[in-house]
Design a protein around this ligand. Sequence first.
Ligand code: TYM
Length: 321
Amino acid sequence: MRILTGLQPSGKLHVGNFFGAMEPAVKLQEQGDAFYFIANYHAMTTVRNPDDLRAYTRELAVDFLACGLDPSRSVFFRQSDVPEVNELAWILSTVCPVSLLEKCHSYKDKTAKGFTPNHGLFAYPVLMAADILLYDANQVPVGKDQKQHLEVTRDLAGKINEAYGEDTLVVPEPIIRESVAVVPGLDGQKMSKSYGNTLPLFGEEKPSKKLIMKIKTDSTPVEEPKAIDDSLVLPLFRLFADDASYEEMLSQHESGGVGYGDFKKRLAEAYWDYFAPMRARRAELEADPGYIDQVLSQGAEKARSTASVTLDRVRKAVGIV
Ligand code: TYM
């Protein structure tokens, strides 16, 4: 079974990226043949500064390895090191109805936010489909916001198979864990770089904890019970705390007697402690840049050899020889 996922180097990674994609990806690498990559072509749709793009790409490599990606088990590479992906994207675009892309939420959201509706942004899901189909992936661990892109991928694979033969492309399945399908941000909306509501995965201690202490709460006095359903603290605490600590906070919401400041302090501590081992691993990796280069170049080589087999098969099927 082949497992694949990608993350964009479009800024600092956050807790939503971790629980939605990175943690399941790390777990799944024990169950199959994993391909994980840095989607730097995709990030070009929003990052315009080349130095930033290079720096984010590097940071993402260090972050993912620090979180447990094991290069002796998984193939880890930069999207741009396998230029074959662009050829497959072109082939897929020839069967992709414009109306399918017009329906995509991420395109509609980005243009509503003022991003120029350029072709890259529009065709983003076609390149993403190529990322997945090029490696014959069966399972794709992602957050819920990528579900529609996975549907486009399945649709395009189906169209190619219908036109050129059932065995041309493998139709993948999304893996979306319900409990962390949408990790909430510090304001209760989906945690997202573009909403400015993120909790960084590897931020500095004081500023990160300060972000938590600034979470908005209502004016319920300390002694009174607190609302559970609209709490912004509880769903985040649940991600980092053990069951007993979570149950304790929940019952203290119900009984009253504990203030929001106290809950937030506990959240800040739990968040900081949760990532402590990964932070330590990250510091080691940062001190060894040669290792990161070596991992990515070996990954690129393996990814390219897999990609070329799929692309040959597709080229033959469609009549490009
Ligand atoms: P990106 O870089 O925006 O996000 C990376 C992963 O993090 C997940 N995620 C979340 N999960 C739960 N709650 C949240 N608040 C949250 N925010 C982000 C995303 O769902 C994603 O899984 N298009 C992709 C990158 C990509 C890709 C691919 C993914 C390119 N090609 C092929 C899989 C397969 C993206 O923008 O992810």
